[in-house]
Design a protein around this ligand. Structure first.
Ligand SMILES: [Zn+2]
Length: 191
């Protein structure tokens, strides 16, 4: 997979799971200047289309945007607790459960063979919350990782056989780490 294929409409899809790709809409979380890519309701529309869930912009409003952001931050903290093997934060767990209990947009198999969800933004977000419950409470919960390329902080599901994947993307953060290691070695040889 190339770095380009992992970015759609400016959003990163490297988590291998939409419940982890939503938190990735804040870039450089661990750096000095994190950036929220969901700055306006139109950005949420674009993200939902980029996920492949919505066939067309679902018409997000300001309230949808706030709801998406709170769900996103809850998913981030819950997934991070999984990465670190810590107890899941109660408030975030409750928020996720409340969202998952809302009516979710039903899935549809489209003529082009793709799965899409049919519903408004609230329904799409409820579907995402359910996927979050499935991930964080399911078999893959022990395989949630955080990219080791600072300040990236992107979360992903490690589906490699050995379970030793370190970067959100070999083509991006993995390559950067390799180059940095090479430079360090060169300096050591020169010195
Ligand atoms: Zn990364």
């Amino acid at each position: 997979m190339t770095a380009k294929a992992e970015i759609r409409d400016g959003f990163k899809f490297r988590g291998g799971h939409l419940a982890l790709d939503l938190p990735a809409t804040v870039t450089g979380r661990l750096g000095a200047a994190p950036r929220d890519l969901l700055a306006a309701p139109g950005d949420l529309d674009r993200w939902l289309v980029a996920t492949g869930l919505a066939p067309a912009p679902p018409g997000a409003g300001q309230l949808d945007l706030i709801q998406a952001r709170t769900l996103r931050e809850a998913l981030y903290r819950l997934a991070l607790a999984r990465v670190r093997g810590e107890t899941l934060p109660n408030d975030d767990r409750e928020l996720l459960n409340q969202r998952a209990a809302r009516p979710a947009a039903p899935p549809r198999l489209d003529a082009d063979g793709r799965r899409r969800l049919i519903g408004d933004v609230a329904g799409l977000l409820a579907g995402l919350a359910r996927e979050g419950v499935d991930l964080l409470g399911g078999e893959l919960s022990g395989r949630v990782r955080q990219c080791e390329g600072p300040p990236c902080a992107v979360l992903f599901v490690d589906t490699s056989r050995k379970g030793e994947r370190r970067w959100c993307s070999m083509a991006a953060c993995g390559n950067k780490a390799k180059v940095a290691k090479f430079r360090r070695r060169e300096r050591f040889v020169e010195g």
